[in-house]
Design a protein around this ligand. Sequence first.
Ligand code: ADP
Length: 489
Amino acid sequence: MESLDIFVGGEWRRGGGNLMHSRFPADGSVNAELYAADLADLETAVERGEAAWRDPAWRNSLPHQRARILSRVAEIIESRVDTLAELQTRDNGKPLAETRGLVMSAAGTARYFAAACELLEGELPTPRIPEVMTLSHYEPLGVVAAITPWNSPIASEMQKVAPAIAAGNAVVLKPAEATPLMALELARIFEQAGLPAGLLSVLPGKGSIIGDALARHPKVRKISFTGGTSTGRHLAHVAAEKLISTSLELGGKSPTIVLEDADIEQAARGICYGIFSSGGQACIAGARLFVHSSVYQPLMTRLLELTRGLRIGHPLTPGTHIGPLISPQHRDKVMSYVQMARDEGGEVLCGGEIPADPQLAAGNWFQPTIIEGLENTAQVCQEEIFGPVLVAMAFDDEQQLIAEANDSVYGLAAGIWSRDTGRALRLAQALEAGTIWINTYKVFSISTPFGGFKESGLGREKGIQGLKAWMQQKSIYLATGNGVNHWCD
Ligand code: ADP
């Protein structure tokens, strides 16, 4: 079995912590073993990161020099799409078609931040004081932390590392316990692309140990986190103590809304993709469905047909829609939510069970599940399940709909299906969510900011804003004449 080293301040070495494993969720087999980072590894990573970002060769590097590294990263990723997609599938069980898309999106992210870094401009604000010019420009923060979850490692890791490097920082990346493989592979790719040693470290290990110590480290100047809301809240406290900035991409319980004039086929397909792709293991999964009662039956009939037609299978088999969930424990949690829905009076219209296929018995599969007969106040409508479970509800009144769609502690995303664009836009303005999709769902553009309202997060990633979030702004006042400070006269 492969035994992996971790990447500490430019050095590949055995981690000082406990033995850990990456397992293939399709059959529980071990992909690789490795030793977690310990606190000594963390110290080395931060110290070397600090030295590397202060090194004048990096500190004074020009944007196009940093951009060149990111462009090479993109080229390497594009030349290895199939192997990287398979690696990602082995680590977290997502079907190949999805992980291929994630790999391509990671290459696009590296290219975008290469370009954004080249084009980032400081400002020369119009003077407000005679004979004084002011300059506003952007500098890196220093050593920064990226803490990522298991559901889309390559995408979420690149979304943090690429802008952080473009901005001139040194990054310490802590991947999720379950999925260390892609982060380590990304470290190899950045190394191969010519990133100077020390600017990227990858420290696998337990969140409560190595993640927590990383966030608390006095030299770490930003925490960028994607994961659960309770961990995010904890990290916000840590950041508040240190007075450093955070970017928190947290949970969701996103509503999708079908108005009476929607294209039913388009809506049913988008809803099916929005909740069941990745087995629902997505913070943006469209988990609450609100359908106008006049189109409830036709929409549900088509949605059930599409859902029953999804191919549940091995994630490495082309054409599979539904792969296994990340772990047996997570599947148990999803199942307990379905039981809770039954107890709350919900009716399971499809799914709700572990698939009977003996070929899937060794993995963590769960059938795509649609439930009706519940109110939005039900616990399964209020809590994030992070699995293939959709609750459908009918509505009549638009104001009531808006109130219910917004009746959630979360505010990450929402979907609207309607042929009336003006009405859909008005509804989009009334919904409390950071991303709204109209007549589509779960599509992403790296140039468009992403982040949550309410308990779904703080700060934005992606876009030019997402680059500046890894920098600190500095103002410089420059006297162009003599004698502006007359106070001592
Ligand atoms: P999920 O529910 O998606 O697993 P978590 O919030 O538990 O979300 O984990 C997301 C990431 O945060 C993982 O890399 C995990 O190891 C890390 N993590 C968990 N607890 C902490 C903590 N107390 N401090 C820092 N990082 C943590």
